[in-house]
Design a protein around this ligand. Structure first.
Ligand SMILES: Nc1ncnc2c1ncn2[C@@H]1O[C@H](COP(=O)(O)OP(=O)(O)OP(=O)(O)O)[C@@H](O)[C@H]1O
Ligand SMILES: [Mg+2]
Length: 219
């Protein structure tokens, strides 16, 4: 469960300051999904980063419930937020953020490694197979196509079946068949494992599959 209340976030760049998010309130219950849409620069990635506790908002509340416990991100310090994120959030970064020195399989298994969950190793391999990447286990990210890297990033975010999945344009680099495949898996996860799924997307097809929508416009 994610609950955002009256959130505001701006940036200062030199002597210029810009409001990116103003008075955003939204709720994503467990097992449901939210699509964030809006033009480039409207603040989709910024909002996902705030939800993940990667950046702090200027005001407002960010409350997440995971494994039966409620967390208010403002009440956690940075290392507590990092720990929380590692355990409970699957994040698909807009530009993938794969670790270049790890193989494809090692990248996918990283969340299991960090959480000492050796029982998930088979599951990681299975996810890669589901995404059509069975022959890429031992390859390094740099030799993969953009779309292949994107699918590795999605597999990594799904691995732990976390309480919250935040996916930043997870199909931005995929062809139609793979868009379908990735969207199917993301939305099935949300439903079957009671995940709160948030997808920032420019794809009308993907957005239409979400239970709720938030359109970010000019502030
Ligand atoms: N660290 C920062 N410092 C200054 N400005 C920033 C910073 N991060 C983001 N911005 C600005 O905030 C605005 C929103 O950026 P954001 O990345 O959230 O947009 P977006 O909706 O994800 O766009 P896209 O669809 O292109 O990914 C942009 O104008 C961007 O330049
Ligand atoms: Mg973005």
């Amino acid at each position: 469960m994610i609950r955002i209340t009256n959130l505001a976030k701006g940036f200062t760049d030199g002597n210029q300051s810009i409001d990116v998010l103003r008075d955003v309130s939204v709720e994503v219950p467990s097992g449901s999904s939210l699509a964030i849409t809006g033009s480039s620069g409207s603040g989709k990635s910024t909002l996902l980063n705030v939800m993940a506790g990667i950046i702090e908002s200027d005001s407002g509340e960010v409350e997440l419930t995971a494994a039966g416990q409620k967390y208010n991100l403002h009440q956690l310090n940075e290392s507590q937020r990092t720990k929380f994120r590692r355990q409970h959030i699957g994040y698909v970064h807009q530009f993938y953020n794969l670790i270049p020195t790890l193989t494809v399989l090692e990248n996918v298994l990283l969340p299991a490694e960090l959480n000492k969950r050796k029982d998930l190793f088979q599951h990681g391999a299975r996810l890669l197979e589901d995404f059509g990447l069975a022959d890429k286990f031992d390859k390094f990210p740099r030799i993969l196509s953009g779309g292949e890297q994107q699918r590795v990033a999605v597999a990594r975010a799904l691995l732990l079946k976390p309480a919250v999945i935040l996916a930043d344009e997870p199909t931005g680099n995929l062809d139609q068949a793979n868009t379908q495949l990735v969207a199917d898996l993301l939305f099935a996860m949300a439903k079957d494992f009671k995940v709160s799924l948030v997808v920032a997307t420019h794809s009308e097809d993907v957005a239409a599959r979400a239970g709720h929508r938030l359109h970010l416009g000019e502030v």
